[in-house]
Ligand binder design. Structure first.
Ligand code: AMP
Ligand code: MG
Length: 332
């Protein structure tokens, strides 16, 4: 071979090796599985910073829980607000509270993040049982978002016994914080799930399963084909117990302090924002199909309702995004 040809082959080989190395970097995958916010979480990231981001997803979720949102971790921001009956809010907390108060208002009180004392009595996260009715009405009398007043950066509880609880929105907030942190990193795709809330980042069309509301944790009844965003599902299957032949679950009707009976098995919300998808999935579960659809529309979110008759409704969005994979369920 002539010298020029040898040199050309060498250059080509070097370019190919560099391309392969580059491909290896931008498609580098990393995963993390962890337990946070009382639930299982996982992250799967592709990109040059994938390892750093997988670790970051866990770090952000854990510290958001213990330092900010937990109502049991002593000295978390929420713990102190509950202890002191309000107080000054940091910029982030002010943002969360004002979004949640808006969902309380717009849902007509079906969403209410002041039910902490009522949730405590049911103890879904521990050893649940039906609360004593006098204790339940007492806890309920100290609940209600209208007891909260947000002025400038200060939250005041009109009733110092009110207990705010981020159980319905904390997982979505974690996703928003993770997305913000990832924006400064070099990643191609990310799928982060915290309990029933999932963050999708990247240019492609993602496939997300909708859990079988009557089956076990690993089974799904449908696939969603959707672009980047946040998806949250609230279902009566998540935390429940049976007593005297009746099932009780953790999504409460603020009017009664008892598990909401709205004819639904689950609600899935798709939104650009995690706090919104998470809060709305809980709100829409309490409201039921018709009123829930109206609320989702007001916020410009697509909602998928699964009724107790195994009927599936897609509201404020195209049915083309959903593919039912379990014959026991019917897309209406
Ligand atoms: P999720 O799993 O996101 O639907 O949230 C359920 C959690 O939110 C419960 O475990 C409670 O901590 C809290 N919660 C229950 N009922 C309500 C409600 N009506 N509004 C707001 N938060 C609620
Ligand atoms: Mg929720």
């Amino acid at each position: 071979m002539k010298k020029a040809a040898v040199a050309a082959v060498a250059v080509l080989a070097a370019v190919l090796a560099a391309l392969l190395a580059y491909d290896g970097i931008i498609n580098k995958e990393a995963t993390a599985d962890f337990f946070a916010m009382n639930t299982y979480a996982s992250a799967k990231i592709t990109g040059a910073d994938s390892e750093e981001c997988a670790a970051l997803a866990e770090e952000i979720t854990q510290s958001l829980d213990t330092d900010i949102l937990s109502r049991t971790a002593e000295n978390s921001e929420v713990f102190l607000l509950n202890k002191n009956g309000g107080g000054a809010l940091g910029k982030k907390m002010r943002g969360y509270v004002s979004v949640l108060l808006d969902v309380c208002e717009k849902s007509g009180g079906a969403f209410d993040f002041t039910l902490g004392a009522v949730s405590d009595l049911w103890n879904f996260g521990g050893n649940p049982s039906i609360p004593d009715s006098a204790a339940l009405s007492d806890a309920l009398s100290h609940s209600g978002y209208k007891k909260l007043a947000l002025a400038e950066n200060t939250l005041t509880y009109a009733d110092k016994a009110a207990v705010i609880d981020f159980g319905a929105a904390g997982k979505g907030i974690a996703l928003d914080e993770i997305r913000e942190a990832f924006a400064e990193k070099s990643i191609k795709e990310a799928v982060v799930s915290v309990g029933g809330s999932v963050l999708l980042m990247g240019e492609k069309q993602f496939t997300v399963g909708i859990r079988n509301p009557s089956g076990n944790a690993g089974s799904y009844i449908a696939k969603l084909h959707i672009p980047a965003g946040c998806v949250s599902t609230s279902g009566s299957y998540e935390q429940q117990f049976e007593e005297n032949g009746e099932k009780y679950h953790h999504i409460l009707d603020p009017e009664t302090g008892c598990p909401a009976k709205s004819g639904l098995l689950s609600v899935t919300i798709i939104s650009e924002s995690g706090i919104m998808s998470d809060a709305l999935s809980t709100a829409c579960f309490v409201l039921g199909h018709e009123k829930g659809a109206a609320l989702a529309k007001e916020y410009g979110c697509t909602a998928i309702f699964i009724t107790e008759n195994n009927e599936v409704f897609v509201e404020n969005g195209s049915k083309d995004i959903i593919e039912i994979t379990d014959g026991a369920y019917t897309l209406i």
